[in-house]
Design a protein around this ligand. Structure first.
Ligand code: SF4
Length: 299
């Protein structure tokens, strides 16, 4: 009889592969919408780029293979039912083994290297890798695991600025737009832009990652002022004309998502994390009885 930790390990391995092979339904819909927009605007080159992206997704489906060569660095977001009595050290170790098994058994390209020597670990794990964020949910008896293999074309386009509070919303808008223009074609547009506002510097960066990677495309922040800023930024980013793969067009971003936290009276942290078009993520719920429900990655 497999233990709950055996199940977690198998789910972690499966999520790594699913995230690389199966683009979530909401990302597919947003890509199709982008193709339709470019087609209607009569921009043949942008339409062709969007068509090629959709063909790429179809080919990966048909051949049951990876959508892109970059197998990323594994990042997990795990919501643990507080009533389950889970041994967190064991859970973290099993997710690490899950990544190593996915890498060896599929096999996947390993990307994980020492930051100075650049020596490969060979198994997509290492010091601090996988990245695992844990939260404990009162009254819950299940474990919600979300996984994203963060490719570097987009992850390299990550920015943090400690703005002066007096710069306010104008400073935030300006910084986000500057990040988009500086990134250009490098994060493989059309992108999903994640913005983290507030907290401390590290919180802001984590919020930006959560916003770019784990939110359903086009979902709006429940705070109306934040939601308004999301919409404003999306319109302005798409007016830059960068377009799909930076070759011109109206579809530079599929979505802008903002997550926020309160901050210090004399701080104004703004972080930007840009996710490329493949929007890689997968998720599952492990129930107390060991059964598993795989979700389509758009929660
Ligand atoms: S940015 Fe995304 S689509 Fe482009 S090469 Fe990297 S993982 Fe692939």
């Amino acid at each position: 009889m497999p233990t709950i930790y055996d199940v977690i390990e198998n789910v972690g391995r499966e999520l790594y592969l699913r995230a690389l092979k199966d683009i979530p339904a909401d990302v597919r819909a947003a890509l199709r919408k982008g193709w339709e927009r470019e087609r209607q605007s009569g921009n043949r080159s942008a339409e062709q780029v969007m068509f090629t992206i959709l063909e790429n997704v179809r080919t990966a489906d048909a051949q049951d293979t990876l959508v892109c060569q970059d197998t990323g660095l594994p990042v997990f977001l795990v919501d643990i039912g507080a009533d389950l009595g889970i041994n967190v050290a064991e859970l973290e170790q099993r997710l690490r083994v899950a990544c190593e098994r996915a890498t060896r058994e599929y096999p996947l390209r390993s990307n994980t290297v020492h930051p100075l020597t650049r020596k490969h670990t060979g198994v997509n794990t290492g010091e601090g890798i996988p990245v695992i964020h844990l939260a404990f949910i009162p009254g819950s008896m299940s474990i919600h695991i979300r996984m994203a293999p963060k490719g570097s074309g987009s992850e390299n386009m990550s920015f943090l600025k400690m703005l002066n509070p007096s710069e306010g919303i104008r400073g935030i808008r300006k910084f986000v737009l500057e990040c988009i223009l500086e990134s250009g074609a490098r994060p493989c547009p059309p992108v999903i832009v994640g913005v983290g506002l507030g907290g401390t510097s590290d919180t802001a960066m984590q919020l930006a990652k959560k916003a770019s990677t784990f939110r359903g495309i086009g979902s709006r922040n429940p705070d109306p002022e934040i939601a308004q800023l999301e919409q404003w930024l999306l319109e302005k980013i798409n007016q830059t004309g960068l377009g799909p793969q930076g070759l011109g067009g109206a579809t530079t971003a599929l979505a802008v998502h903002i997550e926020w936290a309160h901050t210090h009276i004399s701080q104004n942290p703004v972080a930007v994390n840009i996710q490329c078009w493949r929007g890689e993520r997968a998720e599952a719920i492990v129930h107390a009885d060991g059964s598993v429900t795989y979700l389509d990655g758009a929660s």
